[in-house]
Design a protein around this ligand. Structure first.
Ligand code: FES
Ligand code: FES
Length: 158
């Protein structure tokens, strides 16, 4: 076991982890942050996406040890003072989810897309989200939600 210090959703944790422990398993099983989900465990689906020092990563592809000394934000750390993050609100308003399984990772990735490029084209949004799979929505409303936050959707260009 190895000791790590990691800040998750604004709280600092000191924990013992096995060298092979994946960040997603640390978040879910040791910290109880089950908002971050596992879809594949093989870095294909993006359901486990979190932010590591402000950039999105697939947390099934990162060791908990690699987060030592770093800052992690999960879907559970986005709301402030009981108010949804604008991207969460947009997903809600645009009906950008059905079963919701992909949603935590999709939202974390969508925020990263806009952090990198605040006014992306529809194509750039689709490319930015291509590592996150959704079985339900056909992606259309997800793209609309991202456009709503960016202010680049139809009727928002003026
Ligand atoms: S669970 Fe990490 S990419 Fe699918
Ligand atoms: S809403 Fe069901 S997988 Fe995306």
């Amino acid at each position: 076991m190895t000791r790590i210090n990691v800040r998750v959703d604004g709280v600092t944790y000191t924990d013992e982890v096995e060298p092979r422990t994946l960040l997603v398993h640390y978040l879910r099983e040791q910290l109880g942050k089950t908002g971050t989900v596992v879809g594949c465990d093989t870095s294909n689906c993006g359901a486990c996406t979190v932010h590591l020092d402000g950039r999105s990563v697939k947390s099934c592809n990162v060791l908990a040890l690699q987060a030592d000394g770093h800052e992690v934000t999960t879907i559970e750390g986005l709301a402030t003072d009981g108010r949804l993050h604008p991207m969460q609100q947009a997903f809600h308003e645009c009906h950008a989810l059905q079963c919701g399984y992909c949603t935590p990772g999709m939202i974390m990735q969508a925020i990263d897309v806009l952090n990198e490029n605040p006014k992306p084209s529809e194509q750039e949004i689709r490319e930015g989200l291509e590592g996150n799979l959704c079985r339900c929505t056909g992606y259309h409303n997800i793209v609309k939600a991202v456009q709503q936050v960016a202010g680049t959707g139809e009727g928002e260009r003026a």
